[in-house]
Design a protein around this ligand. Structure first.
Ligand SMILES: Nc1ncnc2c1ncn2[C@@H]1O[C@H](COP(=O)(O)OP(=O)(O)OP(=O)(O)O)[C@@H](O)[C@H]1O
Ligand SMILES: [Mg+2]
Length: 268
């Protein structure tokens, strides 16, 4: 884990200055109560309970040690977001299949379970979108439809009947993803995410660092990243390859997925 620690140290040094001065103000702003009447209504769409259970999505999990782990993660992340006045959180990793999407979906759900948080979960893996599928959502339009001008904002934000959570899934994968991520429509979308009341934590499910230039291209727009590392799967070599990129990003911390540390829970 030496490489990760080094990247985290660099990130911590970069953000040192902003941390202290803004902390008190940020805490007050992020924790202001929200009048329900002021919350916009989005398209409601059903999810599928069996699909969620099969995909290990939080509301269907019964393993207490797993739900506890997500709550601890939720609380630690919230503290850092609030202390720094951050709202845009990217979830990435080095290679495919490390558990980024599962972590992003379950973290978004855990964040929304705290009554103080309002959350957008955005599928920003434009080439291999999975968020809608993990939740068993039924929907027509997603983010790439908006980015390519085929849909409007009110057609791509969904209410899945989980309080304080709204989802922006993806319906159609695209090849030219980094171009879309840098497009003027993307700027409009980001403006919407930050201007829409109440101010929300935005969790971006992102592709792997080493698969394309998407994460690097989008990194300046994200306040902070969580890096998903899969025990027994993420190779030291891939972390070495990602070292330079990680140094350029503000990495808040690491999620160790598939940890075998807990004897009562073989997967987490
Ligand atoms: N902790 C875990 N325990 C059991 N299964 C897991 C765990 N984490 C991930 N998986 C499974 O591994 C597969 C890959 O997970 P996921 O889609 O979250 O990875 P990803 O990093 O988003 O992949 P991609 O790079 O393709 O987007 C899925 O089938 C998922 O259910
Ligand atoms: Mg994924």
């Amino acid at each position: 884990m030496g490489l990760i620690e080094e990247a985290l140290r660099k990130s911590a040094q970069q953000r040192k200055g902003s941390l202290r001065g803004n902390a008190a103000v940020a805490t007050k702003l992020a924790r202001a109560p929200v009048a329900e009447a002021k919350v916009p209504q989005y398209r409601t769409t059903p999810t599928d309970r069996d699909t969620m259970r099969r995909n290990r999505i939080l509301p269907s999990l019964t393993d207490v040690s797993v739900t506890r782990a997500y709550k601890i993660l939720r609380t630690r992340v919230t503290h850092r977001l609030v202390a720094n006045g951050w709202h845009f959180l990217g979830i990435t990793g080095t290679t495919a299949g490390e558990g980024k999407t599962l972590s992003a979906v379950n973290l978004a759900l855990a964040l929304a379970q705290d009554v103080n948080n309002w959350v957008f979960l955005v599928d920003l893996d434009l080439q291999r979108p999975q968020v809608g599928a993990y939740l068993g959502m039924q929907y027509d339009n997603g983010l790439t439809d908006y980015l390519t001008g085929q849909a409007e904002l009110n057609q791509i934000v969904y209410d899945i009947s989980i309080p304080r959570l709204a989802i922006v899934p993806n319906a159609r994968p695209v090849e030219y993803s980094s171009e879309l991520l840098m497009s003027p429509r993307m700027n409009d979308f980001l403006y919407f995410l930050q201007a829409e009341p109440p101010r929300r934590i935005v969790v971006f499910d992102m592709p792997p660092l080493l698969a394309s230039d998407d994460v690097l291209a989008f990194a300046p727009r994200v306040d902070s990243f969580l890096l998903v590392v899969s025990q027994g799967q993420t190779a030291r070599r891939t972390l070495t390859n990602a070292k330079e990129m990680l140094g350029e990003m503000n990495v808040m911390g690491v999620i160790l997925n598939r940890s075998t540390e807990r004897s009562d829970s073989p997967y987490y």
